[in-house]
Design a protein around this ligand. Sequence first.
Ligand SMILES: [Zn+2]
Length: 166
Amino acid sequence: MQAIYIPHLLQALHRTQTLVFDDFIPELETLTPFRGKMRVRHGGTFLQVSVKGETIITLTCDPCLQQYNRRLNLDTSEIIWLDKDVDIQSYPQEREIAWEDLSETLSSEGHFDAQSWLYEQLSLAVPLRQLCGKDCQPPTTENDENTPITDGRWSGLEALKRQLSP
Ligand SMILES: [Zn+2]
């Protein structure tokens, strides 16, 4: 796990630490390690985290359930609010609107868990609809023609299906 002790960033050059990744991310099924760079900058009251990199992720196609690989490019950044006490409940509601990009809050005395953050970003980058190919269709039942049709209503449907199929 790569975690950064946040106060240490204040002593770093440009208050910035760069992490280089060439690792498999635990709990994320990828074909190749994640290769990329993460930059964590201490902005006094916030952390600015940005990451650029790529991996090849193994996905399961929704219609045909086959596994396929897809390149995942990550190029994103996030602002993480810092506060001595992380109790965000004590904040006035207005702040959430004014700082709409500040989705997360960390203790300024705490750690920034770079790997978890990376995992989150990669998970967000995974497409919701997973398709192995443009024309992927659900698997058709191969034994259609061999199955005797006993119900008359179905034979009508079968005839129609034969007319429609190329
Ligand atoms: Zn498929």
